[in-house]
Design a protein around this ligand. Sequence first.
Ligand SMILES: [Zn+2]
Length: 150
Amino acid sequence: MFESMEQQIVHACGHEQVHVIYGFDSQVARKARWLRTTKCRACFVADKKAEQTKAAARDDATIAHLDRPQLNGSERQVSWAETIRVSRLAALMALPHTSADADCGICLGIDDAKWWIDHRDLSHAEFLAQATRHLQIAGMPASGQHSEAA
Ligand SMILES: [Zn+2]
């Protein structure tokens, strides 16, 4: 018989949580058994958060010696971009190559929060190529902007 059952599950962490389980009798029993071996939602989220905090602290320590310029953008963009920048820089520092400082130097030249967010998913090689290009364009004299304004 197909059913949806509300079950009070005691999770591996000791907390109880109500789950609605759908399926045939045997599937419901199996799912309930499996749920008892897992942690409750709150513990799962807490674990994940602790892991992220630990990783962030480790990354911060890895790049503590780098002088990071203030990012530009909205408050939300800046806070998101800062997280992206920290993990990117830490990853670059951890790579077994000798140009880590130069690579980080390129990254640190970019203070546009939106750019960091837009390019967050690129591989390191692609990311560095884009960053170099971005800096070259930014370094070019703006044409037309200051033309004979009188
Ligand atoms: Zn729990």
